[in-house]
Design a protein around this ligand. Structure first.
Ligand SMILES: [Ca+2]
Length: 367
């Protein structure tokens, strides 16, 4: 394999395998008290009626109290990393969030195009990296592009994600998998190849913002409490798929048994209890919180009974991760029980703020 400069090796880590190693003593204490962590209490939504004049394409999320976090299934949530890889979703803790509007779907290509046409905004993937950013990289390698899932021709060991992630020059939101791809017929697909600053720029233009992680999870649970998925505890209730995830042999053979091999248009599956589509699978969604693996543990220690409108730690702290990382939630069309089951509603993801990919998008909220 061609030796690539450091930034070429950047890839969206679809199943974190390192963050748990750095969890603090506080979290370790909670790991020894699993019973205490396994305390989901029913969601108590705010009783006030939804405001009138709903913004187009948005649904009212009532806010209220809920139990936030994720427990580990008996057979392990990530076969590669074992149960330890989701310790960052423990302990389950009580949170209150105010009510808010949320986009029913991920932001689509058509919607993002309106923003770009109005502002001439250039996404990070469309701008060539500079020698100042990557002083050791050969100048000829400093070309605009982004990371693209590139399935290997046959089964591979799951120990090295560079076997299926490539830095592709010319990949960006208009060309999600590289220069030969385009958006023809894909206006209703979620926009991808979006770095954090790109999502923030869109949200600001739209008069919206990105959700906090707590808002995202309150919304994702749809009024339910302690369920494995956004719709309940069964992956396929009544034999019906509820999300676009990965079936087949990861990463070489996506059978598309759920109806889609690869990305799907938005809203192809039933919504959750709050009327939100695709809160599991299809594409990851940016949240505004910095990522720290022990944040829940420290939050629980700091909050006597309930954390009110938590907005994340003050900085990113995932040792070894540069540039800093923000939270991503929901999983994607690449999530599978062979590698990463982050389509489970309480689980957490994260990614470098400057790195998009063809399975990462976003949706907005509004006060
Ligand atoms: Ca699928």
């Amino acid at each position: 394999m061609e030796k690539k400069p450091l930034f070429y090796a950047k890839a969206p880590v679809i199943c974190a395998v390192s963050g748990w190693l750095f969890v603090t003593v506080a979290l370790a204490d909670d790991q020894t008290n699993v019973a205490a962590a396994q305390t989901f209490v029913p969601t108590i939504p705010n009783p006030a009626a939804a405001p009138t004049n709903a913004p187009a394409g948005m649904v009212w999320i009532p806010g209220g109290e809920f139990s936030m976090g994720g427990l580990v299934p008996n057979d392990g949530i990530c076969s590669l990393a074992t149960a330890q890889s989701v310790q960052d979703a423990l302990p389950v803790h009580r949170v209150y969030v105010d009510g808010f509007w949320m986009d029913k779907t991920d932001v689509t290509n058509d919607e993002f195009e309106k923003f770009v046409n109005a502002t001439r905004y250039k996404t990070i993937a469309e701008i060539a990296p500079t020698p100042e950013q990557f002083p050791t990289a050969p100048v000829e390698k400093l070309v605009a592009g982004s990371t693209v899932f590139t399935p290997p021709p046959s089964a591979v060991a799951l120990s090295d994600y560079l076997q299926w992630w490539r830095y592709v020059p010319g990949a960006n939101w208009r060309h999600p998998t590289g220069p030969d791809s385009d958006l023809k017929g894909r206006g209703n697909y979620p926009v991808v190849q979006i770095a954090y600053a790109d999502a923030m720029a869109y949200a600001q233009w739209a008069g919206k913002r990105l959700p906090t992680e707590a808002e995202w999870e309150f919304a994702g649970r749809g009024g339910l409490s302690g369920k494995t998925f956004a719709w309940g505890d069964e992956l396929k209730p009544d034999g019906k798929w509820r999300a676009n995830i990965y079936e087949g042999l990861f990463p070489a053979n996506d059978t598309g048994a759920d109806g889609f091999a690869g990305i799907a248009p938005v809203a192809q599956f039933s919504p959750n209890g709050y009327g939100l589509y695709d809160m599991a699978g299809n594409v990851w969604q940016w949240c505004s919180d910095w990522y720290q693996p022990d944040y829940y543990a420290r939050l629980k220690l700091a909050s006597a009974a309930i954390a009110h409108n938590p907005s994340g730690p003050g900085s990113s702290y995932n040792p070894g991760a540069q540039p800093p990382q923000r939270v991503q939630r929901g999983g994607s069309f690449l999530c599978t029980d062979q590698y990463c089951t982050r389509y489970m509603v309480g689980t957490r993801g994260k990614g470098d703020v400057d790195t998009g990919s063809n399975h990462l998008g976003f949706r907005c909220v509004k006060n």
